[in-house]
Design a protein around this ligand. Structure first.
Ligand code: NI
Length: 185
């Protein structure tokens, strides 16, 4: 994606902004919001991650962006269980909400820009419906499963002041990515 956004500084776990409940966006067309979204996109590209929530860049607003690369663009994803090889195109979610579609819970590895270098095994709903305003201010509704559903749940948790270690059931699966990949995965 070609864009002229700035690379933003990332808040790390322990910073109080990551514990706040984010405010709803009243006007998706506000130039301040448009700029923030553009900068968030540039930051995801630069960091080469799946997604980013506004509180992670010090804006306590209900905005999330994500994209999931096709496996052909990122072969490492083939190692991720339940990964959809088609990926998901760039998505901007304003004021998102999630409804689980069943009680089925799956474990999966997660990492987060706000906990650089770490990963952990996190339980998430396997199937969800999620709704949001897109960047044109239109309502969208989608169904997601597996890794796609996991990314949406992880990012939306940021809007409620929750980081993935708070969702973990077994803290022994939390550790430095380099060591965990070498010894456990
Ligand atoms: Ni995160």
């Amino acid at each position: 994606m070609i864009n002229s956004g700035k690379i933003l500084k990332i808040a790390r776990m322990g910073h109080p902004i990551l514990r706040e409940i984010s405010k709803r966006v009243e006007n998706p067309f506000d130039p301040m919001i448009r700029n923030l979204i553009q900068d968030m996109e540039a930051t995801v590209n630069y960091m080469n991650c799946s997604g980013l929530a506004a509180p992670q860049v010090f804006s306590s607003l209900q905005i999330v962006i994500f994209r999931i690369l096709k496996t052909t663009d990122n072969p490492a994803y083939e190692l991720t269980p339940e990964y959809d090889p088609e990926g998901v195109p760039w998505t901007v979610m304003i004021n998102p909400s999630i409804t689980p579609l069943s009680d089925e819970i799956k474990m999966g590895r997660e990492s987060c820009l706000s906990l650089p270098g770490f990963l952990g095994e996190v339980p998430r709903y396997h199937s969800i419906e999620y709704r949001f305003l897109n960047k044109n201010g239109e309502e969208e509704k989608r169904i997601a499963h597996g890794f796609h559903a996991r990314v949406v749940q992880h990012e939306c948790d940021h809007l409620n002041g929750i980081l993935y270690p708070q969702r973990m059931k077994d803290i022994s699966t939390f550790g430095f990515k380099e060591e965990m990949m070498r010894y456990y995965f």
